[in-house]
Structure formats: structure tokens, C-alpha cells
Design a binder for this molecule. Structure first.
Ligand SMILES: NC(=O)c1ccc[n+]([C@@H]2O[C@H](COP(=O)([O-])OP(=O)(O)OC[C@H]3O[C@@H](n4cnc5c(N)ncnc54)[C@H](OP(=O)(O)O)[C@@H]3O)[C@@H](O)[C@H]2O)c1
Length: 284
């Protein structure tokens, strides 16, 4: 069985990847900046490391076959870290985004997109076998976007209520990552992954209400109000990225991919199933 290093294994998708690898009995090591502040089952080896300190990656990369890579570190750290990773990894599974999918939601220029393209180009030219995971909107974004408003009251104020996306459950992204990390046949694959349904923001918020048994009041914010009100909670580039993407996707159905079903033989979780599994995050 491949020995796997999860970089980003303490994050939203990475935790699911690690948990599913443990269920499979695969040897897994997690790189963490602060290993003492995280807890994993005893089978998981935790090693300290930081993508911005390339020499700190060596211990985690020792005797590793495959690397699961999530990148949220600064762009300046990309080249030295990838240099280190490509010397040791025999396979890289990179959590990217639908950068090549011709849907306006995914095609707006922004810094995260440029960074993703840069990392992909470095991996492609490294000669190391790779798989790119290209999930669309994560269902767990809802916790960040609406969690506080729903926990604190019944009113959710949000822009672009009629814009649909196809939110994907982190467990499903992880299920594909685990296949790419542990099975053969995924070299150079680029898997565009979405949830099964096109749901407007209004429908997504209502679905969370149904999952927690609350009827929520939903009020539309103008794009200008949204930029103003979201800024304290989210960094400016993130707010700009989201508002630009939603504006561009207005009036278009969400892009839905069948790749998950083809790879796993089952349907991805619905948003209601995600919201039900995560109901606690929305309860006061
Ligand atoms: N949200 C979406 O809708 C969406 C859609 C498509 C693609 N994506 C992509 O998904 C990725 C985010 O995935 P996620 O939500 O699972 O991430 P996340 O929950 O934000 O977790 C980030 C992970 O990166 C680790 N990390 C941060 N800085 C690090 C550093 N300097 N060195 C080593 N590790 C570091 C964190 O570890 P510690 O803090 O524990 O060290 C954590 O495990 C991004 O690249 C994003 O572009 C997101």
C-alpha cells in the first residue's frame, strides 16, 4: 500500500482524506505546522512542517510514495516547496479548482487562479505522476458564509440569491483523492468534481433551514452592500473573487459534472445530506 503524506491534512478536505485513508488501512502521515494543537487517530503519524520553510518538509517527505497537496500558503513559497516535494514524491495529488472548465463561475481572473495555474505548471513539468482534483464550490463554504447569521438569528442576508452553484461535499472530494492516492490509473487525470444539483444561494440557505428545522428569512444584499458587509469577515481578494464569480454566473445554470459518479459508482451527496450531517454548525 502506498505511504501517503497529507499536506493540508488538518484542513476541511484534508481531514476527510486522512480519515478515509485510515479506514482503508493505508499508512498516512500528516504534515502540520503545529502538531501539538491537532488530534488524529493513533495510526496517523504527525510530523511538523511548514510550506514556507522548505527544509522543514524533509522529515515529512522521507520514504513517502504519494503526496496529497493543498496549497493555501503564500505564493512566494511555491517554487522552493515544490522543488523539495518533486524530489521525494512518486505521485502528487493536488487539490486545485475547475480552472479549465468553460463556465463563467470558474473563469474570472483572480490571484488564487493564477497561483493554481502556477502550481499545476510546476507539477506538470516535474516529471512526477500527478492527478489534479478540480472541485467547484465546496458545500462547507456555507458554514463560513451563513453559519454565524443562522446561529445568531433567523435572518440571512446575502447577495446573488438567484445565482446557482453545485456545492460539493468534502467527503466526496476526499473519496476521489483517496482513489488517486492509492490506486493506479489516475496519472495525468484532471477530475472536475461538483455536487449533483444546481441550487441557487436562496435554495441552499433554505435547505440548511430544513436540515435544522428552522424557517429562515432570506434577504438580498446588493453587490455593493455585500462587498462592504463581507469585508470584515473575509479578506478583500476573497470577497472580490466571490462577488465577481457570482456576477459572471448570474442567469446561468450551475456546471454539473458526472466524473464523481463515473469514478465511484455512486451519486455525490446532495446538499441536504451535507447540511444534515453538518447541522450542528448552524445550531445556536
Ligand atoms: N472553498 C472552495 O469552494 C474551493 C473550491 C475549489 C478549490 N478550492 C481550493 O481548496 C483549497 C483549500 O482547501 P481546504 O478548504 O481543505 O483548506 P483549509 O481547510 O483552509 O486548510 C488549509 C490547510 O493548509 C494547511 N496550511 C496552511 N498554511 C500552511 C503552510 N504554510 N504550510 C503547511 N501547511 C499549511 C493548514 O494546516 P495547518 O494550519 O494545520 O498547519 C490546513 O491543513 C484551496 O487551495 C482552494 O483554492 C476551494
Amino acid at each position: 500500500m502506498n505511504r501517503i503524506l497529507a499536506i493540508g491534512g488538518t484542513g476541511t478536505v484534508g481531514r476527510q482524506v486522512v480519515s478515509q485513508l485510515v479506514e482503508l488501512g493505508a499508512p498516512v502521515r500528516v504534515l502540520a505546522r503545529n502538531p501539538k494543537s491537532v488530534s488524529f487517530p493513533a495510526e496517523v503519524e504527525l510530523v511538523p512542517g511548514d510550506l514556507t520553510l522548505p527544509e522543514s518538509l524533509d522529515a515529512g517527505l522521507r520514504n513517502i510514495d504519494a503526496v496529497f497537496l493543498v496549497w493555501v500558503a503564500p505564493p512566494s513559497a511555491v517554487i522552493p516547496a515544490l522543488e523539495r516535494i518533486k524530489q521525494k514524491a512518486r505521485r502528487i495529488v493536488f487539490l486545485s479548482a475547475p480552472l479549465k472548465t468553460p463556465h463563467p463561475l470558474f473563469q474570472q481572473p483572480n490571484l488564487a487562479r493564477n497561483l493554481g495555474l502556477q502550481i499545476e505548471a510546476l507539477i506538470e513539468s516535474s516529471g512526477v505522476p500527478y492527478t489534479f482534483l478540480r472541485p467547484g464550490m465546496f458545500a462547507p463554504n456555507s458554514k463560513l458564509w451563513w453559519g454565524k447569521q443562522i446561529r445568531e438569528g433567523n435572518l440571512v442576508r446575502w447577495p446573488y440569491l438567484s445565482v446557482p452553484t453545485a456545492p460539493i461535499d468534502e467527503r466526496d472530494i476526499a473519496a476521489v483523492a483517496v482513489r488517486a492516492l492509492t490506486e493506479n490509473g489516475h496519472d495525468r487525470a484532471e477530475y472536475v468534481l461538483t455536487g449533483p444539483q444546481s441550487l441557487t444561494h436562496f435554495e441552499q440557505i433554505s435547505t440548511i433551514g430544513a436540515a435544522i428545522g428552522h424557517s429562515l428569512q432570506i434577504e438580498e444584499l446588493s453587490p455593493e452592500e455585500a462587498r462592504r458587509e463581507l469585508l470584515p469577515a473575509f479578506p478583500r481578494p476573497v470577497v472580490n473573487m466571490l462577488v465577481d464569480a457570482w456576477a459572471a454566473a448570474s442567469g446561468q445554470p450551475a456546471f454539473i459534472s458526472s466524473t464523481f459518479q463515473q469514478l465511484t459508482g455512486r451519486s455525490p451527496y446532495t446538499f441536504l445530506e451535507w447540511a444534515t450531517a453538518n447541522a450542528q454548525a448552524f445550531r445556536a
